[in-house]
Design a protein around this ligand. Structure first.
Ligand code: G6P
Length: 480
């Protein structure tokens, strides 16, 4: 392991792209955490000798030195037990997460959580200020770190600073509930460029800045009193489409897909849901819709099974515990009432799986069901589409997922409308293969043409345009 130096491109995210794990021999080690963002940024990081600052997810609170892992310069930030509770589980996931997702759950407002959020954001900003070279580009990620842009600008006015929000940005009516709304807007305005998933999020932000801070705005630009301007625009995130297609074509993945179908008793059609176990995802409503179709005899357990993978997430946050219990109970009741020997209606897995297994599940599934109440993008929908290079399979998609703006040929549903969802599940179940192939082809073209490298390049190219009078520019991977 060599020691990293200072960097021309610095990614600042709550999570490092590696997790701190205890290896089988009892020693501590690092494991690459799977995730779109890492694969998106890895090429551009390598091309620019980038550094990544983030929390490794566990460990004690002694900060180790930065290190180089697999060619990536990693700078771990440890969170104390109190910071995990108040910054991560508290303000990030008990306040901001529900507030930014349409109040699907009730956000809690606690002043100690906010104070801790400020403290942790300051530590991240200070670390970024130490690592960034003169004139470097720093790209801050997501809702956990919205104060970092302004804090960093105060420390290092020479930097180009970008911010990207991976989750929705709420309408002013909801955002305005936040007692610290002003500080958050000012925090974000420390950036030169603020990226959102959808144009609507960018427009919400600009409107709030005008209403609450009184700054002049014109379309996607905010003019600050000190003469600086900030751009707020949409950059819909995507996946490593080529990587998923390659994976889905592997012999071992095809064999695994066949084995999954076999293990499920070769039903005529397999429905699939894959989500983090989160209340925004609409898992409960979709399972109810499916169960009602079976109870009413519109589907039969000999013909159809629902495979639901729920990845454990934020397990110490109360709302997530409640959700887990609710889903456990619902699945138990549905299988108890409607299953037959060897034929459960729902095959439920509370676990996370490697990319290969996900690709095999996508290959095995006839109908992918993605029904969030609100979702910034939803990359599972895009992964499914990429893996169906055979043009088979149907995607049922919530109109409230960011992905619905691009995957327009999906079978669209409103997850609050159970009857509507039932009709659409049936439409996808009964669809003519020619029709589903046509839809899948169009969606796959969209995902392949707009992959994650295009996303990262377009953001970084836009960053290169801001304040061209100073600063180095980051080299894009493919150009655009
Ligand atoms: C969402 C957020 C990410 C977050 C991820 C997993 O995708 O936008 O910032 O990292 O969920 O959640 P976790 O709390 O485990 O980091």
């Amino acid at each position: 392991m060599s020691k990293p130096g200072r960097a021309d491109l610095v990614i600042v995210a709550n999570r490092l792209p590696v997790d701190h794990v205890t290896l089988p021999d009892g020693t501590a080690g690092w494991r690459r955490s799977p995730g779109g963002l890492v694969s998106a940024l890895e090429p551009v990081m390598r091309a620019n000798e980038g550094a990544w600052i983030g929390w490794p997810g566990s460990g004690d609170d002694t900060e180790p030195e930065p290190f180089v892992e697999d060619g990536l310069q990693l700078v771990p930030m440890y969170l104390s037990e109190e910071e995990v509770r108040e910054f991560y589980e508290g303000f990030s996931n008990g306040t901001l997460w529900p507030l930014y997702h349409d109040l699907v759950a009730k956000p809690e407002f606690h002043r100690e959580w906010w104070d801790c959020y400020v403290r942790v954001n300051r530590r991240f900003a200070e670390r970024a200020a130490q690592i960034a070279n003169e004139g470097a580009t720093v790209w801050v990620q997501d809702y956990q770190l919205q104060l970092v842009p302004q804090m960093l600008r105060e420390l290092r006015p020479d930097l180009r600073i970008g911010f990207y929000l991976h989750i929705p940005f709420p309408p002013p009516e909801l955002f305005s509930q936040l007692p610290w709304r002003r500080q958050l807007l000012e925090g974000l305005l420390g950036a030169d460029l603020i990226g959102f998933q959808l144009p609507g999020g960018a427009a919400n932000f600009v409107r709030l800045v005008r209403q609450r801070l009184g700054h002049k705005t014109h379309r996607d630009l905010v003019y600050l009193p000190d003469g600086r301007s900030v751009k707020a625009a949409a950059f819909p995130i995507s996946i490593d489409a080529a990587g998923f297609i390659e994976l889905a074509r592997q012999e071992s993945v095809m064999e695994r897909a066949a084995a999954i179908r076999e293990a499920l008793g070769n039903p005529r059609k397999i429905f699939l849901g894959i989500d983090r176990l989160d209340y925004t995802k609409g898992i409960y409503a979709r399972l109810r819709a499916f169960a009602e179709l079976i109870a009413e005899g519109r589907l039969d357990v000999e013909d159809a099974v629902f495979v639901q993978v729920a990845t454990p997430s934020r397990e110490r946050v109360e709302q997530y515990r409640i959700l887990r219990d609710d889903i456990d109970r619902l699945v138990g009741r549905i299988n108890g009432d409607l299953g037959r020997i060897g034929r459960p209606a729902i095959s439920y897995l509370h676990s996370s799986y490697p990319r290969e297994e996900m690709a095999a599940l996508y290959r095995a599934a006839d109908i992918m069901v993605v029904t969030p109440y609100r979702d910034g993008m939803n990359l599972v929908a895009k992964e499914y589409v990429a893996c169906r290079y055979d043009d088979q399979g149907a995607l049922v998609l919530s109109e409230f997922a960011g992905a619905a703006h691009e995957l327009r040929q999906a079978y669209m549903v409103n997850p609050y409308d159970i009857n509507g969802m039932k009709s659409m599940l049936m439409e996808a179940f009964d669809a003519d293969p020619k029709e589903t192939a046509k839809r899948m082809r169009a969606m796959r073209k969209q995902v392949v043409d707009n992959d994650v490298t295009a996303w990262a390049d377009s953001f970084l190219n836009e960053m290169a345009q801001v304040r061209p009078e100073h600063g180095k520019t980051v080299r894009p991977v493919r150009g655009s």
